[in-house]
Design a binder for this molecule. Structure first.
Ligand code: PRP
Length: 192
């Protein structure tokens, strides 16, 4: 096992802990307002929105985001895996489903990153078939350069213009670096 810390393997910090915290606070405040009176909620029984964390990447963002929402919410988890390749681009499979029904509920999907858009497309289509009152999407990072589907994103933390591979704050390289408190680029020698 290497004795180097994971921080030493980072070439450049793209989004600092402070920047992520500040942006997450803004998003949480906006989400609370939007789902408040006269807002976007469509649940006829007035139940709180269900935030759906897309495992595993969104775990860290989700944990911080929900604590920045000062109004009632519920949350649940789903786990999907993308295994797109040359012959089946964008193929996504369900590893773990939601635990409760979303029929008639306001659903807010929480992602760490939207890249090609295939995962969020799969989730929104699948959820729409369960007849929710509404579906919205929140992502910390909107990486637009490799987008292959048309997806509507309601809440964006940061837009990433470059086609760079980022790690940290939930995002991994070979399952590592999810526990970095910020988002950055790996030194090239650690991506081989
Ligand atoms: C990442 C990320 C999104 C998805 C986005 O998950 O968390 O769910 O990829 O990519 P897309 O827009 O190209 O579909 P990943 O499959 O790496 O699994 P993880 O969340 O467990 O890291």
């Amino acid at each position: 096992m290497s004795d180097r810390t994971i921080e030493e393997r980072i070439e450049k910090v793209l989004f600092s802990e402070q920047a992520i915290h500040a942006r997450t606070h803004e998003l949480g405040t906006r989400i609370a307002q939007d789902y408040g009176p006269g807002g976007c909620a469509r649940d006829t029984q007035g139940r709180p929105p269900i935030l759906v964390c897309v495992l595993h990447g969104a775990l860290v963002f989700m944990a911080d985001l929900v604590r920045q929402i000062p109004t009632e919410i519920e949350y649940d988890f789903i786990c999907v895996s993308s295994y797109g390749n040359g012959t089946s681009p964008g193929a996504v499979s369900l590893i773990k489903d939601l635990e409760r029904p979303i029929k008639g509920r306001d659903v807010l999907i929480v992602e760490d990153i939207i890249d090609t858009g295939y995962t969020i497309d799969y989730l929104t289509r699948g959820f729409a078939a369960r007849d929710p009152a509404s579906i919205r999407v929140c992502t910390l990072i909107n990486k637009v350069v490799r987008r292959e589907t048309s997806v509507e994103v309601d809440y964006v933390g940061f837009r990433l213009e470059e086609d760079t591979f980022i790690v940290g704050y939930g995002m991994d390289y070979a399952e590592l670096y999810r526990n970095l408190p910020y988002i950055g680029l790996l030194k090239p020698e650690y991506t081989r």
